[in-house]
Design a binder for this molecule. Structure first.
Ligand code: GDP
Length: 295
């Protein structure tokens, strides 16, 4: 993950460490290289520009230049700003104070939404919760079946209704079923389409207003780079989202989507998909991710 970006940044830092005392020019040269590395990793241009400006401003201060370990301090500034870029401290899943939480999973087809719904149920079950999966992707019978298979794999119940053709009704009935059967979490898997369109958004808006989810979680495929960021912007503007689950971070993604999406949408990544197996979902920690990238 992010190996090319990681290598390039480590090279820049190695050069800085080798210099001892630093001048303003040393820092600006290093920042040029950091900028290139981020752009090559497909990070959004505006995000890169802001990041470099902030780091440069902090790094060329007298305190850093006059210090005994200037390179160390510059690296620390880059690290801190990268943690911010990845979401800061704002990445925890919210539980409803009522004791019954509803998570609505949204995303484009193929992003990993159904698999991730199962993974999230497994993770919450491990934490001692009792989740119910609700199948609202009524346009593809195969999607309902897939959710049932996933539910069985992780040992949680799944609410499905093959005969009903109204996703809003199924969502409401599923949530009611969960409440009356002592589940404490409902995870609603909604329909995905190949592209964002009005019909998809209208249905999601209707489900949102009918079930009032605790959080709407957008599932995004990290491999799709800046497209993923555009998708996130559209979902956030048209539906409103609370957090992002970035899937396929185990692949050879360059990192652009993960490093851009919080700055562009204001919404943090909360979980990371790290493989195809049901246990391959991790809580997303910006500080750990920044350490992984910076080495
Ligand atoms: P949906 O159409 O959005 O419901 O997507 P699916 O859940 O069917 O997933 C599409 C494909 O992506 C499947 O082959 C999944 O196994 C795969 N997938 C999902 N999440 C991950 C992940 O984190 N890493 C990898 N490598 N594959 C994933």
């Amino acid at each position: 993950m992010f190996s090319s970006l990681s290598e390039k940044l480590q090279d820049v830092f190695k050069k800085l460490r080798g210099k001892g005392k630093l001048t303003e020019k040393d820092i600006k040269d290093a920042m040029k290289e950091v900028k290139l590395a981020l752009l090559e990793a497909d990070v959004n241009y505006k995000v890169v520009k802001d990041f470099i400006n902030t780091v440069t401003q902090k790094a060329v201060g007298e305190e850093v230049l006059e210090s005994l370990t200037p390179a160390q301090q510059v690296i620390k500034i880059v690290y801190d700003e990268m943690v911010n870029l990845l979401g800061g401290n704002d990445t925890k899943l919210t539980f409803s104070p009522s004791g019954f939480s509803i998570y609505m999973m949204v995303g484009l087809q193929g992003s990993g939404k159904t698999t991730t719904a199962g993974k999230l149920a497994a993770l919450l079950k491990k934490q001692g919760k009792k989740p119910l999966l609700i199948a609202c992707d009524i346009y593809r019978p195969a999607a309902i079946k897939q959710l049932e298979v996933v539910a069985e794999k992780v040992g949680v119940s799944c609410y499905a209704d093959y005969d009903k053709k109204d996703a809003v009704k199924i969502a409401v009935e599923g949530v009611n079923f969960a409440k009356s059967n002592r589940f404490d979490i409902a995870i609603v898997d909604t329909a995905g389409r190949l592209h964002i369109n009005e019909e998809l958004m209208n249905e999601l808006v209707a489900i949102k207003s009918a079930i009032k989810p605790t959080e709407i979680l957008l599932v995004l495929d990290a491999m799709t780079g800046q497209d993923a960021v555009n998708v996130a912007e559209a979902f956030n503007n048209q539906l409103g989202i609370d957090g992002i689950i970035m899937t396929k971070l185990d692949g050879d993604t360059r990192g652009g989507a993960a490093l851009s999406v919080k700055a562009i949408t204001g919404k943090p990544i909360k979980f990371a998909g790290m493989g195809e197996k049901m246990e391959d979902l991790e809580v997303f920690y910006p500080d750990r991710m920044a350490s992984r990238i910076l080495g």
